[in-house]
Design a protein around this ligand. Sequence first.
Ligand code: BES
Ligand code: ZN
Length: 923
Amino acid sequence: MEQFKGQPRLPKFASPKRYDIRLKPDLATCKFSGSVAIDLDIVSKTKFIVLNAADLSIQKETVSFTHKAFSSYLRPAPGRTSPVLGSAPSSSSTILSLFPSAVLNYLWQWWQRLWTWFFSFPTLERFRTKVFEPCKIDLVGEDEILVLEFPETLPTGIGVLAIDFDGILNDKMKGFYRSTYKHNGEKKNMAVTQFEPVDARRCFPCWDEPACKATFKISLDVPADLVALSNMPMVDEKVEGHVKTVFYQESPIMSTYLVAVVIGLFDYVEDHTSDGVKVRVYCQVGKQNQGKFALNVAVKTLEFYREYFAVPYSLPKLDMIAIPDFAYGAMENYGLVTYRETALLYDEQHSAAANKQRVTIVVTHELAHQWFGNLVTMEWWTHLWLNEGFATWVSYLAADRLFPEWESWTQFLQESVEGLRLDELAESHPIEVEINPAGEISEIFDAISYRKGASVIRMLQSYLGAECFQRSLAAYIKRHACSNAKTEDLWTALEEGSGEPVNKLMNSWTKQKGYPVVSVKINDNKLEFEQSQFLLSGSHGDGQWIVPIIFCCGSYDACQSFLLETKSASIDLEENEAWIKVNVDQTGFYRVKYDEDLQAELSYAIETKMLSATDRFGILDDSFALCMARQQSLTSLLTLMAAYGEELDCTVLSNLISISYKIARIAADATPELVDSIRHFFIILFQHSAEKLGWEAKAGESHLDAMLRGQILTALAEFGDEPTLREASRRFHAFLNDRSTPLLSPDIRKAAYVAVMQTVNASNRSGFESLLRVYRETDLSQEKTRILESLASCPDPNIILEVLGFILSSEVRSQDAVSGLAVCWEGRETAWNWLKENWEYIAKTWGSGVLIRRFVSSIVSPFASFEKAREVEDFFATRSQSSIARTLKQSIERVNINAHWVQSIQNEENFAETVDELLYGKS
Ligand code: BES
Ligand code: ZN
């Protein structure tokens, strides 16, 4: 018994093949009961069966294991395989490769069963069944395991483990939980599952590991008037009075974390793909029009992936459903994808262009998982990035196909940058990370797995070429369909497809943390490259990478590429006076540090509009990171930023804005006397694009302009631009009188709300009160989110405290509270004190999910002093828990980095003069 405690994985002597699950939720009392019968293959003789279970009460008298000798049909006797197909069919055989491997595998299993059954027939002995009852049943809370000990050894072969149990429909947005909604003014409960990463065990006892794949036959006892959905289509329904029992088709083999059930009141819209997959979007009653956009995206995306992966979608239907209380953006449950409302519903009148894009990216991401994740599943959480990094990358590929005018690959750089920003901390982690206690798993759903993961895939695709990459991926999917894979398996497929040493190349990116900065200079007509690990703390790490370098001189027609495999390399240059851009198109996951002359040439090339948007983006972002790492002065960064005065690209400007926010904040700490001038400089910098875009949409304008307008106006409001504040106030009042006024389109609403909050203070609260009124009146989640994101930008700490109180109130769903944490510089001390005072409640409410990390990072990271870093450390010394351990270390590291940055800015000579010159030169 003791030997099973404290183990990262379940023992391997029993393997589940099929689950028959029946669940009966009671939506009034928020309890459920259930029973499960699991076909198990006992692989080696044992007295123990060990599986996962948590927060369930097991009805001990119901637990039994029935050994079914005859049912060894699932596993051929050792050494006896069918004569026709000696081993599992492989897709390399030409005729068989015409069939999708899911179908082949299925046929293969049945063939095996028949064959073995036939041979076992004469031995009557084999038909005897024997029931074993456990002598000891132990639910080990810390390890979330259920240990069954039997008085005698269980024979190998197939048997059925039966267990009845009870549980609670919790309010923690995980396991089998309740979400609430209003119907005809009445508050109601729905029942929903969220199992990834390790919460299926909170709904039914199971082998809750991604590699323990089995088939699932689910049935539900539910109120007759409700909609009940699961992964597979319904096959039968029996109504008795007010209760109906719904039976679903048995699923193909899949992991427990992808099982799903939803029971509630919903409307839907429906469509079909060209190959007959029935697709539905379910939403709150009366909101079905808001599901149409996502439905259309889903149908097109399924068709695209079918072609791209060269394997059709593997289930007969796909349901997508909006859940009012949802911890994440969305979850890719096989055939029943769950979403938070903001990520699925699009309202023609009240949603913004940014919402449209978000819905698209979330849908394309989750549908990618139906192949990458659901059909081919990671072998263990160490390979989580295969799921998330890949889905993130391919979601942009699909978005680019559906909406080419969105320039998705330029926008993708925002993902890369988030990966770079996390991976430049000493407290980062490798993409492939060892996972031990289950509590650690949720911490790796972070920018490393998603964004760095997606970026290194993009880097590899660009190195190998799109066509070869796709071909090799399709081979990988076919080879591992209905099974599991590790990172190496993907590399092997790509290596076979390309003939390149992919494994060696990629190991340097996935097995070590961090990334390089490549320093470039010209010496003696040679271009010299040297790599070293880039760390924001300013120190150099000792990592080394195989870096695919692409660079060009003076023109995009003359690109050169090579692999930088050692610390340094040099390349002969022809006589050269022109600009040199390294990491062309920003497909590489690294930064570039140019010597002063090269940097000046690039600055000039930006001003004279010689460079692509992606390159302008990269030059700016690298320069910002180098400045923060104290390898470049703030003076030179601001000078470079001035070269972006005529910038109009949405992605470049969006990064320029977020960098300017960070500079304004650090300047408030480092040089308070210059803050106003610096803010003024930024207002001037954004004037050109603000004038071009105006406040109202132009007829036929692009999606990108619509998105940009809101961001530019928000920035002007945040920097206190008077005309912007006045105009925002005028439009906001028109909106208060008429929620459909053309004066405040959804794209500029957040800007107006931020502007309103800039002028609110304890004695002038009307703007704040009005926003709360809009919040209370709207039933559109995106509107509520916009308001929450704006409230804490108010510079009055008293109001900030009220806002923070509001986000903990029952008026804000716990899924949304973190949206209210965007606290301005003036409010950070108030927010920190509030966090300390409310920590117990916050830890209790959000402690078991991923949202708790946001409380820590949003409130701690903005500080910029060594004392504060110590204070935070002291506070959490007795309060840390595994789900925030890494985030806490990263946030404290950021505070120390900021503190160093402040010191170096204070030591910069001529900084004040530069700011003056920039202002004088521009005004
Ligand atoms: N598999 C995840 C959902 C998830 C996240 C489960 C963390 C458990 C822990 C899903 O595919 C996902 O990645 N969702 C993202 C949205 C996506 C568009 C990046 C999310 O929820 O933010
Ligand atoms: Zn995902």
